[in-house]
Design a protein around this ligand. Structure first.
Ligand code: 5GP
Length: 204
C-alpha cells in the first residue's frame, strides 16, 4: 500500500476586497508549482499588462452567457458591473488528480461554491477571506495602483465595504499586514490543509 499519493486536491477559495494582495498571494503559490490557478472568465476589459488566458479569459457578454447556457461554469457573478466566472472542468479535473486549485473569486461566487452539493467540492473546500488592515489603508493601496479613475475607485471602495460584511462566512480570515507575513500565514494554512482527512482517498 502506498499512502503518500492518496489525496484529492484542495479547492482553495480566496476572497477579499481588491487591493488586499490576495491575487499576489495566490499567484506566488502557483508560481512555485504547489497549486494551479483557476483562470476565470470575465467580460471586463484587460488592464495594461494583463494577458488573455493567463490573467483571465476575456470574453464578450454574449460569449460569457453562452458558456452559462452550456453549464460550463462552476460559479459566476456580476462584480463591479462585469461578469466573472470559473470554468468547471478545469477545477474538477485537477482536484481529482490530487492537484490543489486556487480560485480568486468574490463573496457571491464563494457562496455558490459552498452551496454546491457535490461530494468532491465538500471534501476539498478550504476558504479564506483576506481583510485589509483598515479601509483607509485599502484606499491608499488602491489609489497607488493608478489603473482606476476616481469614480471606479469609489465604486471599488463601496464594494469593499459590502464584501467585508461577509468575512464571517469563511472558515479562515487573514488580516493583511506586510507581504512576507501574509505569505507565510497563507502558506501555513495550505500546508496544514493538505493533511485534512477529508482529502484522503482509499489506498489501493
Ligand atoms: P478584478 O477585476 O480586480 O480582477 O476582480 C474583481 C473581483 O472579481 C475580485 O474580487 C475577484 O476576486 C473577483 N473575481 C475574479 N474572478 C472571479 C470569478 O471567476 N468568479 C467570481 N465570482 N468572482 C471573480
Amino acid at each position: 500500500m502506498d499512502f503518500s499519493q492518496q489525496r484529492l486536491g484542495q479547492l482553495i477559495i480566496v476572497s477579499g476586497p481588491s487591493g488586499t494582495g490576495k491575487t499576489t498571494l495566490a499567484r506566488k503559490v502557483c508560481d512555485r508549482g504547489e497549486a494551479v490557478f483557476s483562470v476565470s472568465c470575465t467580460t471586463r476589459a484587460p488592464r495594461p499588462g494583463e494577458v488573455d488566458g493567463k490573467d483571465y479569459f476575456f470574453l464578450t457578454e454574449e460569449d460569457f452567457l453562452a458558456r452559462v447556457e452550456r453549464c460550463e461554469l462552476f460559479e459566476y457573478a456580476r462584480v463591479h458591473t462585469r461578469l466573472y466566472g470559473t470554468l468547471k472542468s478545469y477545477v474538477y479535473e485537477n482536484l481529482e488528480r490530487g492537484i490543489d486549485v486556487i480560485m480568486d473569486i468574490d463573496v457571491q461566487g464563494a457562496a455558490q461554491v459552498r452551496a454546491c452539493p457535490d461530494d468532491l467540492v465538500k471534501r476539498c473546500l478550504l476558504d479564506i477571506f483576506v481583510m485589509p488592515p483598515s479601509l483607509e489603508e485599502l484606499r491608499a493601496r488602491l489609489s497607488g495602483r493608478a489603473t482606476e479613475d476616481a469614480a471606479a475607485l469609489d465604486l471599488r471602495m463601496q464594494n469593499a465595504a459590502a464584501e467585508m460584511e461577509h468575512w464571517s462566512s469563511y472558515s479562515h480570515v487573514l488580516v493583511s499586514g506586510d507581504r512576507e507575513t501574509d505569505a507565510r500565514r497563507f502558506d501555513a494554512l495550505l500546508e496544514a490543509g493538505r493533511m485534512r482527512t477529508s482529502l484522503m482517498t482509499k489506498p489501493e
